[in-house]
Design a protein around this ligand. Structure first.
Ligand code: HEC
Length: 211
């Protein structure tokens, strides 16, 4: 280290070493010209960024993750709608009562769905209450065995209420509403859980002519 490097702003040629003019708290800075291969990767990265940014976010040339996810969700929703349409085409009040609710396999599938998803709010015995010692404590859901139907007691009305959740105009039960179960369960599962509820109801409820 014989001689002091030159002072200046930037190194201008390859191999030149400059000691920059500024100095802060005794800290000094050298400058040397960067090798061209390094500069090419740097400028290349900038060009690549601009290219991908335009291709993904400003044209339809390539799809970004958000577009891919939106399309997949839309496809799933469409497939679910088709499935719902198909199930609805085979369902009516009479079929729910006379075919679904009398089929032991469907009813027991419905019971399993009920115990997993519904009993926390409506109680395993459908009473909508929980017994603790001598007290009956109301649960968030309405009783389903009281023959009172806030949103209509026809089998298909019950099916739709479970599938679509509380109607928008409902103010809820103690402020709580029913969620849209159609987002979690498929139409067949909703028909099964409806069949289970119907099977638990007294005979006069099932007084719907068979077709
Ligand atoms: C988080 C609590 C909760 C869960 C879980 C829940 N419900 Fe409900 N359910 C409610 C509430 C609250 C209402 C009343 C909604 C309202 O008044 O808008 C209701 C209403 C109902 C009704 C209408 C009752 C009537 O009198 O018309 C049916 C049928 C029903 N639920 C079935 C189900 C089924 C089937 C499941 C499971 C797939 C389920 N619920 C899960 C809270 C729940």
């Amino acid at each position: 280290m014989s001689r002091e490097p030159k002072r200046g702003h930037f190194a201008k040629e390859k191999g030149e070493v400059i000691l920059r003019e500024h100095e802060y708290d005794g800290i000094q800075e050298y400058d040397q010209k960067l090798p061209n291969w390094w500069l090419f990767t740097f400028y290349g990265a900038i060009v690549f960024f601009v290219g991908t940014w335009v291709a993904y976010y400003h044209t339809d040339f390539l799809k970004n993750d958000q577009q891919i996810i939106r399309e997949k969700i839309a496809a799933i929703q469409a497939a679910k709608m088709v499935e719902l349409e198909k199930t609805l085409a085979t369902l009516d009040d009479s079929k729910l009562v006379h075919r679904w609710a009398t089929d032991a396999a469907l009813v027991s599938a419905g019971e399993a769905i009920y115990l997993t998803n519904c009993s926390a709010c409506h109680a395993a015995d459908l009473s909508g209450t929980m017994t603790v010692g001598a007290h009956k404590i109301p649960l968030p859901g309405l009783p389903l065995d009281d023959r009172e139907w806030k949103f209509g007691g026809k089998p298909m009305q019950i099916f739709r209420l479970i599938n679509e959740g509380s109607p928008p105009e409902s103010t809820g039960h103690n402020g709580a509403k029913m969620q849209v179960w159609g987002q979690t369960l498929n139409p067949k599962q909703i028909a099964e859980v409806t069949a289970y509820l119907i099977a638990k109801l007294p005979e006069d409820f099932k007084d719907i002519p068979a077709n």
